[in-house]
Design a protein around this ligand. Structure first.
Ligand code: C5P
Length: 234
């Protein structure tokens, strides 16, 4: 899969999701289904969006004992999503179990990426709440290397970390990056942001974009601008 823009469909119902996606006549954007939509609508929303021809990143961030994650991943694999994810904090053994669960009898499987540290976790929370006394960027790189060693395909990270992740884990290790805003757009609650063009420059493989597209007056035009800025010259 090449560079692409993934739209974060952060809606609380199938109805709102379809109303939004129906505006994209003739286009089938890559979409991210997160906890909100999945918990509201269940696997039916995944099946329906697949049926409509969308690629799907199912962002459920699994984190449990290895056996439980393995079995849950086997179920997600049967849903035929394109990308799913977990927390690298669940350990290498959990990540290896996830790959096992995800792998179908014919050897194929969805891509699996890891969340290293959530971007909402800062150095203070890392030390005070999690009792991890290391610089956060070193922790992120350590977790990314663990994910690589466990056989995962990449990580979710800030575009500001994409270059370092590629340097530590290889150019073919995917960086999927939220926190993208247009140069002339609202930053909202995201703290450290990059434009699609900047994200491209630092080597992001996929950008995950929510409100700059979903809350735009013309979401299709915003999506196309995003795609153009991110993939121009590809
Ligand atoms: O609306 P916005 O573009 O900020 O949406 C970004 C999407 O990426 C949201 O679904 C958000 O939950 C997700 N995300 C993020 N930062 C992370 C991980 C996921 O913004 N570190």
């Amino acid at each position: 899969m090449g560079k692409d823009v993934i739209i974060a469909c952060d809606f609380d119902s199938a109805e709102k999701t379809f109303a939004f996606l129906d505006r994209f006549t003739g286009r089938k954007p890559f979409v991210k289904i997160g906890m909100e939509l999945y918990y509201a609508e269940g696997p039916a929303i995944v099946r329906e969006l697949k049926r409509r021809g969308h690629k799907i990143f199912l962002d459920l961030k699994l984190h449990d004992i290895p056996n439980t994650v393995k079995k849950a991943m086997a179920v997600l694999s049967r849903l035929d999503v394109d990308i799913c994810n977990l927390h690298a904090a669940g350990t290498k053994r959990m990540m290896e179990a996830a790959i096992e669960g995800l792998t179908r009898p014919d050897g194929t499987r969805p891509l699996l990426i890891a969340v290293t540290q959530l971007t909402s976790t800062d150095q203070e929370a890392l030390e005070k709440d999690l009792w991890i006394e290391k610089p956060i960027d070193e922790v992120v790189m350590h977790y990314a290397r663990n994910a690589r060693e466990a056989g995962l395909d990449g990580v979710v990270c800030s575009p500001l970390e994409a270059g370092k992740v590629h340097a530590a884990c290889g150019a073919d290790f995917l960086t999927v990056t939220p926190g993208v805003r247009f140069a002339d757009g609202d930053v909202g609650d995201q703290k450290r942001v990059m434009t699609p063009a900047e994200a491209k420059k630092v080597g992001s493989d996929y950008i995950v974009v929510g409100r700059p597209i979903t809350a735009a007056e013309d979401p299709v035009a915003a999506y196309e601008r995003c795609l153009r800025e991110f993939t121009e010259g590809e």
